[in-house]
Each structure stands twice: as C-alpha cells, then as structure tokens.
Design a protein around this ligand. Structure first.
Ligand code: AHR
Length: 514
C-alpha cells in the first residue's frame, strides 16, 4: 500500500508576491553556452536570426523567462565590454582564462546579447567587471547602454545599430569577488563596491539597481563583514546597495550525472533542500543591517554541478540532466516560494549546455532537459501570492555523510532543511490555487492528501513530470523520454483531494477555490 503524505494549505497565511525573477537564468561565456549553444553566426548552416540559433529561441520563448544574467560568472571580471561592440571583424580575440583557455572572439557582445534577450522576451542583467576593470569602464558601459541624450558614447551605440537606450536596470558589481573576482576580503570589496556603484549613474529615464557580490553558500563571515563595512564606516553607505547576491551549488552525489544509486539520488536532493539554510541565514544577517528589508536577496547562481560529460572538455562544464536534476530544480523553486518576502531573484546555472541547463545542443540538434520542464510547470507561481503550505510528511533522508558535511555549514540557522518524502509549495492568483510538489522517493509512489481548510475545491487539474524511472533523461536520440503529461482531471471532496504521485516525480495541481 502506498504511503499517505499530507499537505495543508493555510490560506490565511500569505507570504508575499512571488517575484517572477525567481525563475531567472544565467548565460556565461563558458564552454558551449554562447558559442555553438546560442551564437552560430549569420553564415552558419544552422538556422539563425542575426546569428542566434532559431531552435534555441523557439524552445526558450514559450517559457517567458523573466531575466538573463550575462556575461559571467568568473568571466565577468575579465570581460571588457568594449571588446564586444562595433564591427565584428575588428573585435579582438581574447583567451577565456577561467574556462579552458578557450578562444574568445567577442562576436557575441552587448548588442548580440540584447538581441537574444529580445528574441526570448527576457530582461537583461549585466555583471560588471570589478576584478580587472575600472570605475570608468563601468561608468562608460552604463552610459553607452542607458543614455538617451547627446554624448559620444550614446552616439557610438547609435552607430552600432541601436537608437534607443537599452535601459539596463540590473547591474551586478563584480562576481564572486572573494575568489575568481579578485580574491578580495569583504571589507576591501565593500569599499570597491561603493566606489564602482557611485559611477553607475542613473541617467534620465533609466533605473539602476546595483547588486553586490555575496558569498558561496553559508559563508556568513563574508556577508556580515560586507554589511558592517558598508554601514559602519565613515559614511553609512548601505543606500548604495539595492541587492545582495549569494551563490549556492548543491553539487553532485556519486560519480556521474546519469548513473547513480537510490542513495545518491537522495543525497543530492537533501543537498538541494539545504538551500533553505542559505536563504534563512542570509535573511537573518541582512535583517540586522536592513530591518526595513529594503535590500533584496538574490541567489545569482544555483543548481547541480556534476562531473563533466565523458568526451567533453573539462573546462566546458557540459553535463547531462535527469529526473534527479528536475527534482533539484523543483525542490529549490518550492523553497524560493516560501521566501517570497525576501528573495527577489534566483538564476539557475546555466541556460544552455553548461551545468544544470534547460537546453542541450549538439550540432544542429537541440533538446529540452527535465529541468526545462520544471520551469514550464512552475510558471503559474510567477506573480502569484505565496501562501504557507505545511506537510505532515516523514523525513526521507539526511542525505548521508556528504550531505551532512554540507548541512554543517547551515546548522547555525533555525531552518528545517530535512528532505521529506513530499516537498511542496503553494500560491494563489486570481482565485486559483497552484500547488507544486515532488515525490522525492526514487522508487515508491505516494498518495498526497491535499487539504485547503476553509475552501471548497472545484475540479482539479493535475500535470505530472516523470520518466520511466528515477534515472530517466532526454537524449538526442530520445528527446521526449521525459516530458509533461497532458492535464488530467482529479475530483475533490469538499476541502480535500487525494492525488497519486508517482515515484521520482514533480506534479502541479491547480484548483479554483470557492
Ligand atoms: O557557473 C560557473 C561558475 O561558478 C561561475 O563562473 C562562477 O561564478 C561560479 O563559481
């Protein structure tokens, strides 16, 4: 008999509006992401629009992705924007020192990135170079992009084909400046952040939202010392900070992206679940320095990080993506919903061909990964009001020894980050309840008893993401081994519905409330 796991939606416990930016994406000049994955050039035999692959655009456009962060990552702090504007044949060839010493032809620069964003409907988010750049370089990039009036830089933009300003709002001031972004200590970075941020001018008609570079995971010392320096030095400079971005990679479990045991399945999901510790820990520190909660928390990079796919270059971070990754994504997005009152943006790493990608390409072929389908499934949460959902669900895993190492970093938060058999979140928009949930058990189905006290559930629509088993994934030969099911109707009894949730699956339940 399958186990019953209860989930109760507490309609009178609204959390906040779920920022659509929680479904953000990340595109770094790394491996096969930009070159081959997105950009093939106008003369390519691969169908393209102005050099950008049509199949990738056609796959991404229906997701209505809210935001795309670029050009890095570590690459951001070696990127000089002037290399990537003007006639392509005159652009310099550089070496991508962080990612396999690959050639960087700069064919894909500011204008090409904006063209991609327009084609897929995403808002651009620029990560600026602090590590090897200068405040002047940042000031000039902002002016080039955002100034509508008469200036040599704005005229250069016009000469390069764009009359109207790009009006880039989101500006990351460096990336991982404790590491690849300059090996700085937090006080030095806080000083540099304030200096650079000063010159990211807000030109008339544009808005600048500056994001400071936070730590990896639960490195609370970086966060605390950054804010102490920004707030308690000669001036109180916290007004310069609009956003603060942590990174969290749950990594891998086992030795392969596609071949893993049930224990390794649970280990990785437990590590993914621990992202709540990162969020809770950061919120607590930020609340000390910003009790009005004016500064938004970002999670600029997150996701699984597996060993590189056999046959692919080490520096390219190309990995396959299975139902295990789909549950990593779903569990994480459910956690994000529960922190809708603080978390403003989260960008999974990365959109095509790198780490936990939505799409994989091979020559002229392009496939959707299970993670792609999670972003599709979770779309109704965007802009909805998150409401508290409590589960009476048994702990399924502490994730084993290596997850325990990971958890130790977060033990000084009071978050319950134990992986349960049923992981879920809920939101409401226009009188329609949306519950997303995972059966984290690799091989056993569960019955979910969903209760919404105080409401009458109408007919329920159920959509399931599952494969043949917990190892299922799409390949270029079998691109639809994992897809969303057709919507099915489920009947409810008063305020309760019982839903069969297959093993290793993600489900979405939508119901009108009366
Ligand atoms: O996403 C890959 C890399 O991971 C990024 O360049 C860096 O910011 C992080 O360490």
């Amino acid at each position: 008999m399958q186990s019953v796991q209860k989930a109760t939606v507490l309609l009178d416990e609204a959390i906040d509006t779920i920022s659509p930016y929680l479904h953000g994406q990340f595109a770094e000049h790394l491996g096969e992401l930009v070159y081959d994955g997105v950009w093939v050039g106008e003369d390519s035999p691969i169908a393209n629009t102005g050099g950008i692959r049509n199949d990738v655009v056609e796959a991404l456009r229906p997701l209505e992705l809210p935001v795309l962060r670029w050009p890095g990552g570590c690459f951001a702090d070696v990127y000089h924007w002037r290399d990537g504007v003007g006639p392509r044949e005159q652009r310099p060839m550089r070496v991508n020192v962080h990612w396999g010493m690959a050639p960087e032809p700069n064919a894909f620069g500011t204008h090409e990135f904006i063209a991609l964003c327009r084609l897929i409907g995403a808002e651009p988010y620029f990560a600026a170079n602090v590590g090897s750049g200068s405040p002047q370089e940042l000031q000039e990039w902002v002016e080039y992009c955002n100034f509508a009036g008469a200036s040599t830089l704005a005229d250069e933009r016009r000469a390069n084909g764009r009359d109207e300003p790009f009006n880039i709002k989101f500006w990351g001031i460096g990336n991982e400046n404790w590491g690849c972004g300059g090996n700085m200590n937090p006080e030095y970075y806080a000083d540099l952040f304030c200096r650079y941020r000063t010159y990211a001018y807000q030109y008339p008609g544009s808005e600048v939202f500056a994001i400071a570079s936070g730590p990896l995971g639960g490195d609370w010392g970086w966060t605390r010392r950054f804010f102490e320096r920004a707030c308690n030095s000669y001036w109180d400079r916290r007004k310069l900070v609009q956003g603060f971005a942590a990174h969290y990679y749950c990594g891998t479990a086992g030795t392969s992206a596609t071949e893993y045991t049930p224990d390794e399945w649970l280990e990785l999901l437990a590590k993914a679940r621990a992202v709540e510790g990162v969020i809770v820990g950061h919120r607590a520190i930020m609340d000390e320095f910003d009790p009005q909660r004016r500064i938004k928390l970002f999670l600029d990079e997150w996701g699984a990080w597996h060993p590189v796919e056999p046959g692919k270059p080490m520096g390219g971070l190309y990995q396959q993506n299975t139902m295990r990754d789909a549950l990593v994504a779903a569990i994480s997005l459910d956690v994000f919903n529960r922190h809708a009152d603080k978390l403003h943006m989260a960008n999974i790493a990365q959109v095509v061909n790198v780490l936990q990608a939505l799409l994989l390409t091979d020559g002229d072929r392009c496939i959707k990964t299970p993670t792609y389908h999670v972003f599709d499934l979770y779309r109704p949460h965007r802009g909805a009001t998150a409401v508290r959902l409590v589960t009476e669900s048994e702990p399924i895993s502490d994730g084993g020894a290596s997850a325990e190492d990971c958890r130790k970093c977060y033990l000084d938060t009071d978050a319950d980050i134990t992986l349960k058999a049923l992981e879920a979140s809920a939101s409401i928009k226009d009188g329609v309840l949306c519950v997303t949930a995972c059966n984290t058990h690799p091989t056993e189905p569960i019955e979910m008893e969903l209760a919404v006290p105080g409401a009458k559930l109408g007919e329920i629509e159920l959509v399931i993401l599952a494969g043949a088993d917990y190892l299922a994934h799409n390949t270029f030969e079998r691109p639809e081994a994992v897809t969303l099911s057709a919507p099915q109707a489920v009947s409810a009894k008063g305020d309760t519905a019982r839903i069969d949730v297959p093993p290793a699956s993600v489900v979405r339940i939508r119901a009108g409330l009366t």
